[in-house]
Each structure stands twice: as structure tokens, then as C-alpha cells.
Design a binder for this molecule. Sequence first.
Ligand code: GLA
Length: 400
Amino acid sequence: MKKLVFLFFNLFILTASAQKFENLAQTPPMGWNSWNKFACDINEKVIREAADYMVSSGMKDAGYEYIVIDDCWHGKRDSLGFISANKEKFPSGMKALVDYVHSKGLKFGIYSDAGWETCGGRPGSRGREFQDAQTYAKWGVDYLKYDWCNTEGLKAEGAYMTMRNALREAGRPIVLSICEWGDNQPWEWAENIGHLWRTTGDIYNCWDCEEDHGTWSSFGVLQILDMQDGLRKYAGPGHWNDPDMMEVGNGMSVSEDRAHFTMWCMLAAPLIAGNDLSNMSEATVAILTNREVIAINQDKLGIQGFKYKTIDDVEIWFKPLENENWAVTFLNRGDEAQKVSFNWNDEPVVDELNKLSPHFDENTYQLRDVWQHQSAGTTQRKLKVEVPPHDVITYTLEKK
Ligand code: GLA
């Protein structure tokens, strides 16, 4: 009996004192994930090549860091319950793959699920959380995407807390990416559990669409963007709203890809590419590696941008940046080009949440067009631009 009390006491202490790993994901995580392009059709060659091309394309130098392998890597559990990679698809084993990714100067992410099975029907971590966390730590994993299929009877907050505690106990700092699609409002409880949380169902490569799969839907870029409304107050360094992985390079037009990428940067969203890195057009590389736009995303303040106003089909978004600078994006959602005229001095832009304002009536800012890579006058002059359909014009505003 004494032993039992002691055991429960220890378990209580362990659970009560466990914290997520601090100091990770201080800016939105950047990387690549296999799901959007490859789904279950993955193997070690696909993952190695993603690492190779992340380096040779310049993405690594632009800030991308994590190579994340999504669903369907799993083999069976052994007689003691330990998981390993599918032997046909990953003949060298997971440890060797992690080592390879690390040898490129990158970090490695893996995928599991809080339920009995993953969404793709592979073994989930339910009841094996501490054992799986140990395995990931042993392999050298740096990031875990933790999904929410087949979780009947589980409470999301508790289930994600269990995995957080398991990772903590395993001892290796691992970013925890919560993927329960926003169903249980993770923004309200996950700040001390995970480092990012999905806010919506799955994205797919479409500008303005919803695809009905019967029991669930996937959404286009604009739908996902609209679903971020009201969530900015929950995001900040170490805990990000995640509007899902990117579809840049997966078939939308170049302007749609550019707009999608820019809005994810304005939202301080994780920048997880989801295309085939071994086969990218120049335009795709140019979008994914635009350092001036990435700098908006990676700004140290970690403030998620906000929609200031809408004029016809054009939304005007602002994002406060370090050193009293700002970013502004004119997003044309519509099918026709839109002429915009914007007299800075007359615009009372305020970030109510952070009590910040550019005070255009008192201050002058230097405009820089971060897609054209050129300066574009100051806020003293009324801006007159034409925003192409399904596209953006984005400036950083540097205080003079
Ligand atoms: C869910 C997730 C996706 C992906 C798949 C894998 O749908 O939301 O991002 O991980 O599962 O099966």
C-alpha cells in the first residue's frame, strides 16, 4: 500500500510539474512536410531528397529548418510495443534517416496521433505515449506533429498534455505541433502544452473553395484565411496559430501562391512547405525563398497581423514589426484587377490588442515593395496602385 501511495505521489508530481520545452519556436517554425504532396506515398528516398533540395534550392539559407515526415511511415509495434519504421519503405530505419537529415544541418520532425490509429490507419500513440516519446528522443527527433483521428472518449487538452509530459520525460527538446483542427479551441488551453496548434481542417491547393469529404471538409486559401478571425490574441513567441501547411508550388497560379505565402507571413503562421522540393519552378523557389517577406513572418515581436479594412475585393492587412516598423498587404481576393488609392495620413491604423499605431499623421515611413524588391516612396504621398486578381502588393514601412 505504501508503495502504491508513493507511486501515485510521484506520478502526481511528474504530471503537475511537467512543462512544455521553453525557448523553442520563438519565431514561427519553418520547414517542409510530406503530406500535402505525397500523402501516404512516402519512403526514405522522398525524405532524403526533400532534405537535399531544401539545402540546394536555398531554402535552408532562407531559414527553413524542419523536415517533417507525416502519416504512413509506421511499421508494426514489436512484442514489447516499440514502434519502428515500415521496413519496405524505410529499409535503413528511422534513426539513419534522422541522422541523414541532421547531417545536412536540418532538423527532423515526425508524426503521430493521440488515438488508437492515425488518420491513415497506422498505429497511434494512445496508451503508448511515454514509450513513443522515448523512441522519438532516441532517434533524435526535433518536432512532433500530433494528430487527432480515432480519439473517441479522449479529451483533447488531457491527451495533448499527456504527450507533452511524455516528451518532457524523454528529455529531448521537441517542438509539439498540435493538430486537432481547431475542434476543441486549442488556442484557449494549448499555450503551455504545444508550440503551435492547427486552427482549421485541412488545406488543399485551391484559392476559394471547399471540398466536402462527407464527414469532413478541406478548404482553400481564402476559407482558411477567414477562419483565423479573432485568433490573433492567442499567438506569440513559442505558441502559434497554425492555419496549416502551405500549398505553394502544388498547382495554384503564381499570383495565388504569392498571395497565399504572403498572407501566411502576415499571420505569423508556421511556414511549412508542402510541395515537391525536388521539382520546383523558378517562380516557386522565388516565392518560398523571398527573404524580405520571410522577415515579416519571422519578426521577433511575433505579432500576428490583422485586417484593417476592406475596400471592394481588396483587404488591407497590417502587421507591427520590430523597431516601430510595419508591414502592410493589399490582398485582392477577386477575379478582376482592383485600383486602390490609400492616403496614409487619413488612415487611423491601430493595433488595439497591442496598443500600437503607426500614427501616419505624425510619422513618415519609407515604403519598400517586398515582391518587387525596390523602394516605393514614403507615406507622405497618397498611394495609388493596381492590385492584380488573386494577388497581393506588400510593403514594409520603415520609420524615418
Ligand atoms: C490529418 C491532418 C493532415 C495529415 C493527415 C494524415 O488530416 O490534418 O495534416 O496529417 O491527417 O493522415
